[in-house]
Write a protein that binds this ligand. Structure first.
Ligand code: HEC
Length: 196
């Protein structure tokens, strides 16, 4: 068994699950709330490969595609939203340039925009846990009017579609009505594409 200890104490170890497949276990001895941005990035680098392998395990095409889309965040952030997980948002070509303006009013995302958001968490023992992959897809007017014409979905860490209610996701996202239901990454972590 190989393990790697990184300066501040992230450990990446190859361990074997019930299926016999190897997966990485990343751990840290820094409490979740005390992690610096650099440490969060290091944890992300440790877990990223396994996150993506899990999401694609059941053949979801969007899960295979999103790593090549544009990223909207510099550091996995968003603790406090989506179950206190660390979040990284990606947007497909159709919507990327509009999304990264991070406008706070009059936002209309183009039909065909797909947004994917990876998540992971660090538990009390310092073990890094994979979280769901969340999606929002913009559909044509009339297809999902009651939810701002967004279709919400999510995959479990091992790639299985989650049973979710559109209303559950929309009830919170509707708070961002002026932003076409978009919550955006925390301001400090937004990628800078446009100067304003
Ligand atoms: C309690 C409120 C809440 C609920 C419930 C919620 N979200 Fe979010 N969501 C947010 C916030 C806040 C953000 C922006 C924070 C971030 O990404 O760092 C966000 C961001 C997102 C994004 C990235 C696009 C954006 O808004 O900027 C996706 C995709 C997403 N959520 C999908 C979902 C799905 C799917 C569900 C239902 C399973 C869901 N959300 C439920 C609050 C919520």
């Amino acid at each position: 068994m190989k393990s790697k200890r990184i300066s501040f104490g992230v450990v990446c170890a190859a361990v074997f699950g019930f299926s016999g497949a190897a997966y990485a276990e990343c751990t840290t001895d820094v409490a979740k709330d005390d992690l610096t941005d650099a440490q969060v990035v290091e944890i992300y680098e440790c877990i990223k490969g396994e996150l993506r392998a899990g999401y694609t395990a059941m053949g979801d095409e969007r899960a295979a595609a999103y790593p090549s889309w544009g990223s909207a965040a510099t550091v996995p952030g968003g603790i406090g939203n989506h179950g206190s997980r660390f979040l990284t948002t990606f947007v497909n070509d159709t919507g990327y340039l509009e999304y990264v303006r991070f406008k706070d009013a009059d936002v209309t995302m183009p039909v065909g925009t797909v947004i994917a958001k990876e998540s992971f968490n660090v538990n009390k023992k310092g073990i890094v846990k994979r979280g769901p992959l969340f999606f929002m897809e913009k559909v044509a007017a009339g297809e999902a009017d009651e939810f701002g014409n967004w279709v919400y979905s999510a995959l479990q860490p091992k790639g299985k579609p989650m049973k979710i209610k559109q209303k559950f996701c929309n009830d919170c996202h509707v708070n961002f009505a002026d932003q076409d239901s978009l919550g955006y990454p925390e301001e400090d972590y937004r990628i800078t594409v446009f100067a304003n």
